[in-house]
Design a protein around this ligand. Structure first.
Ligand code: 7PJ
Length: 265
């Protein structure tokens, strides 16, 4: 899953892709580099970000979805928490909803059920504006898993089929570095639920903390994390650097496909 931010303030692309033309070229490049899904977001969720209105979000994402849908075969995902944006995005050609709020907004689960599209439910403690101030857990792995399973249950009760639900531990969303590392190491615990698991770690601050590097120089660190996520059972990787992640995936798949337990040489 390649990330396409159409926000003027998103932390990694810094607003470079907020114009339609540039957004389309970037999406095309990611498809050429091997992205299966393009995730389009019109509201920044980075720590400290302030919410945008529905009208503003629609204005940012709908033209991009329409243009992408008419030009490319690729699956389009809408990164939003607002039911109205979900509906407009699916009408414009999106085939997947990615919600960092796990469909907790009133009417969101019912909207996804009615639209008939799959959804990625992400864990977040708190809200983007304040979530990094003092994240606390007794047992982060159990709490994140239980939250996601409870959200999946209530989405199914609202009419979303089980096989339309993906889970995501939400790296960096109300988590310290220690919490993020514990979640990555214990990813199999989440994968054992049977739901496909999506991981978004690409260029995040946890990579910055571990490597001491600025956002643009976090590719190598992000690839290491991506391979660890695959090894832990992740099925979808949400990334900025599609070509590099494809290469890492090829290497991981080749070693995995010979089967059997690890060999001693
Ligand atoms: C995530 C996301 C993530 C899912 C963002 C960034 C911050 N959606 N949207 N998972 N992160 N599902 O791109 O670094 O981790 S926005």
């Amino acid at each position: 899953m390649g990330i396409l931010n159409v926000t003027p303030d998103s932390f990694s692309d810094g607003g470079r892709f907020d114009r339609l033309d540039a957004a389309l070229r970037h999406a095309e490049a990611m498809c050429g580099a091997g992205a299966d899904i393009i995730d389009i977001g019109g509201e920044s969720t980075r720590p400290g970000a302030v919410p945008v209105s529905e009208a503003e979000e629609l204005q940012r994402v709908v033209p991009v979805i329409e243009a992408l849908h008419s030009r490319l075969e690729v699956e389009i995902s809408i990164d939003t928490s607002k039911p109205g944006v979900m509906r407009a995005a699916v009408e414009a050609g999106a085939g997947l909803v990615n919600d960092v709020n796990a469909l907790r907004a009133p009417g969101a689960a019912e909207m996804v059920a009615a639209l008939g599209v799959p959804v990625c439910l992400m864990h977040m403690q708190g809200e983007p504006r304040t979530m990094q101030q003092s994240p606390r857990y007794d047992d982060v792995v159990t709490e994140v898993r239980d939250f996601l399973l409870a959200r999946a249950e209530s989405c199914m009760a609202a009419g979303i089929p089980r096989d339309h639900i993906w889970l995501d531990p939400g790296f960096g969303f109300g988590k310290t570095l220690a919490h993020n590392l514990a979640l990555l190491r214990s990813l199999p615990t989440l994968c054992e639920t049977g739901f496909p698991v999506l991981v978004g770690i690409s260029r995040k601050s946890m990579i910055g903390m571990l490597t001491g590097r600025e956002v643009a120089d976090r590719v190598a660190g992000s690839l290491a994390a991506a391979v660890l996520a695959l090894e832990g059972g992740a099925r979808i990787l949400r990334v900025h650097d599609v070509a590099e992640t494809r290469d890492a995936l090829r290497v991981w798949e080749a070693v995995r496909s010979i089967g059997g337990p690890p060999e001693r040489v």
